[in-house]
Design a protein around this ligand. Structure first.
Ligand SMILES: Nc1ncnc2c1ncn2[C@@H]1O[C@H](COP(=O)(O)OP(=O)(O)OP(=O)(O)O)[C@@H](O)[C@H]1O
Ligand SMILES: [Mg+2]
Length: 245
């Protein structure tokens, strides 16, 4: 089995046509090794979400190759891609994307139901316990705080035991305490369970929880830092975000 959970080779993603086309990703080559936690940072519009979506099979690159544990995504049909996402990939969105009419337990069980599998109640509860919500299983999203909703979204992403978990600004809408809880969970999943996590964040403190930080500028990889402090990451970001005034 490949050492890399995900590998992108020369991935370009262009939106629009000729006159108005935008190159969101420009020949990006990057690997995410198994059992590691990577943060992706860069100015707004630099291609972070596009990178995650291409790597997770939610979007198709214009050219280049994406492999998930050795499976080439670009050759898969829509159905093949849907199955791969369902079985092997977890995705957490900034806006949680929980269904308001379902309880925490029902939201977490949803990916299994969509896959035609019968969710085991004890497994659903175990995952909710893992994210610290064992006492909230019957609550609906509106009855929970932002941090709790984000943890339900994490539990929902984990229920299928994905090979890779992608999180697009998972702490963007949270206060600092809830952010710390979510980050500690992500860190713990990498350390204790060998998960592979790729997280987009604007926050140097959040990014410092990762093993390495990859910087994107104008759709290209612009260096990386390993084991860096929040201060080092903030200093690097400041050099990337300089705008002429
Ligand atoms: N569906 C789309 N159609 C056209 N252009 C798009 C589309 N999605 C993204 N883009 C463009 O691609 C570029 C990269 O967008 P992307 O969402 O990946 O940036 P980002 O780094 O995630 O930014 P942010 O930090 O603001 O979330 C931007 O210039 C954006 O306007
Ligand atoms: Mg984005």
């Amino acid at each position: 089995m490949s050492e890399d959970a995900i590998r992108l080779r020369s991935v370009t993603r262009r939106y629009g046509s000729d006159g108005t086309s935008v190159t969101a990703l420009d020949e990006v080559s990057i690997a995410f090794p198994r059992g590691t936690f990577t943060a992706v940072m860069g100015p707004s519009g630099s291609g972070k979400s596009t990178l995650l979506q291409c790597a997770a099979g939610l979007d198709r690159p214009t050219s280049g190759s994406v492999t998930v544990g050795g499976t080439e995504l670009t050759g898969l049909s829509e159905t093949g891609l849907t199955l791969l996402r369902r079985e092997r990939i977890g995705f957490v969105f900034q806006a949680f994307n929980l269904l308001p009419s379902l309880t925490a337990e029902q939201n977490v069980a949803l990916p299994l139901r969509l896959a035609g599998r019968r969710p085991r109640r004890d497994r659903v509860r175990e995952v909710l316990r893992q994210v610290g919500l064992g006492d909230r299983i019957r609550h609906r999203p509106a009855e929970m705080s932002g941090g709790q909703q984000q943890r339900v979204a994490l539990a929902r992403a984990l229920i299928t035991r994905p090979e890779v978990l992608f999180c697009d600004e998972p702490t963007g809408a949270l206060d600092s305490r809830s952010s710390r809880e979510v980050l500690a969970l992500l860190r713990g999943m990498v350390e204790r369970e060998g998960h592979t996590v790729v997280m987009v964040s604007h926050d140097p403190v959040a990014a410092s929880c990762a093993d390495r930080v990859v910087f994107l500028v104008d759709g290209r990889v612009h260096g990386e830092l390993a084991g860096a402090s929040a201060e080092d990451i903030a200093a690097r970001m400041a050099t990337l975000e300089v705008v002429p005034c």
